[in-house]
Design a protein around this ligand. Structure first.
Ligand code: PNS
Length: 162
């Protein structure tokens, strides 16, 4: 079975992310969405909340049972991939601005484990400008971001930020 790990902070998941997962399922039989448990960052949503939001968003998207697994990880991503038996890291690309950071990460991960390959999928152009940080900023300031995030996320943002 072709399994890809799709890692990230997902604070929170957006339609940019869901578009990558939808496209990723064309190429891979299973995607493990892996939420980084990073104690150095101060996220809006806890890891548990982020996982719950991703699961609800996958149900809303109509992902079939077994196609998408949602999990958390600490430590090195390549070690997590080995633990899951996955040889592909899936990452999304939006604008050129993403490229340098992604190139560095892909090369570092290849250095750490050359058996794991990073595969990039272009985000849907409707969501090219969408990032979790911009969503949080706009939502905090009262902006309407409902069209840019799954419904459970829109509801939770309203509950958290008013
Ligand atoms: O959504 P993000 O915050 O851009 O995701 C970044 C992430 C989680 C993919 C990256 O920070 C990561 O893989 N962290 C795990 C630590 C690691 O393996 N570092 C070495 C490779 S750069």
């Amino acid at each position: 079975m072709s399994v890809a790990v799709y890692p990230g902070s997902f604070d929170p998941i957006t339609h940019g992310h869901t578009s990558i997962i939808r496209s990723g399922l064309v190429a891979f039989e299973k995607i493990v969405v892996a939420v980084l448990n990073n104690p150095r960052k101060s996220p809006l949503f806890t890891v548990d909340e982020r996982i719950e939001l991703i699961r609800e968003s996958m149900a809303e998207m109509g992902a079939e049972d077994g196609q998408v697994e949602v999990d958390r990880f600490d430590g090195l991503l390549v070690d997590y991939c080995r633990h899951k038996g996955a040889r592909i890291i899936l990452r999304g690309l939006r604008a050129v601005a993403d490229f340098e950071y992604e190139l560095q990460m892909a090369n570092m991960n290849r250095h750490l484990n050359e058996e794991v390959e990073t595969v990039f999928i272009m985000a849907d152009d409707a969501y090219f400008y969408v990032s979790s940080n911009l969503i949080k900023e706009a939502a905090k300031l009262g902006g309407d971001v409902d069209a840019l995030v799954p419904k459970p996320v829109a509801e939770r943002l309203r509950a958290k930020l008013g």
